[in-house]
Ligand binder design. Sequence first.
Ligand SMILES: *Cc1c(COP(=O)(O)O)cnc(C)c1O
Length: 240
Amino acid sequence: MVFYDIFVIHNNNIEYIQMSIAERIIRIKKSIPSNVCLVAVSKTKSYNEIMEAYETGHRVFGENKVQELTKKHEELPKDIQWHFIGHLQSNKVKYIAPFISLLHGVDSLKLLKTINKEAKKNHRTIPCLLQFHIARESTKFGFSLDEFEEMMHSSPLGELKNINLCGVMGMATYTDDENQIAQEFDTLANIFQHLKKTYFKEEDNFKEISMGMSGDYPLAIKKGSSIIRVGSSIFGARNY
Ligand SMILES: *Cc1c(COP(=O)(O)O)cnc(C)c1O
């Protein structure tokens, strides 16, 4: 499948124009506020496709498979800031701990403890986002607010010195219903505000809300997103 970005009427015919990766990423960056971070989601995309985006000056890329990410990290320029946006298994943390810039999908105490341990081994602190379940689908990962609060009461996270908690992340339901998506983004923004004032008042780093993908990032930004994760609108549809 090919995605066309614009159409023009020419000699009474509709002509579809496909933009390049470079044109798309530049266009998206111009259209979003400068304080919103764009993660270019490059999963399944090749070295050359990623380099086309890189050569526009873009440096923040996202992947959701550990093996694919470590390979790309080895091959591609070292000043890329890699974000991990997938579901991370504890036994794989060690492969990305040395270099990862931000872990978006942290959703258990076990995972937090493992990340802390691996970060320590690498003499660094790892920035992490807490993933919350905001979608109606039961397949999406993430804490519920209750689960998170229970964890905070039974095992406060203060001793995890090598973790830098930077905020929250969530994925809306895959649907055309904009009202529903808007509600789910509001839910995440409210969770963020609640956590900020209850647990992270003194933590200046706790400030990010990662929400919004190709289909819904303008809405997510309206709802307070500070990090958007955009794949197909930059690189085109993925072939799995
Ligand atoms: C693939 C993916 C994206 C990007 O999806 P697009 O619809 O292609 O923009 C964003 N977030 C996560 C967690 C993903 O897995």
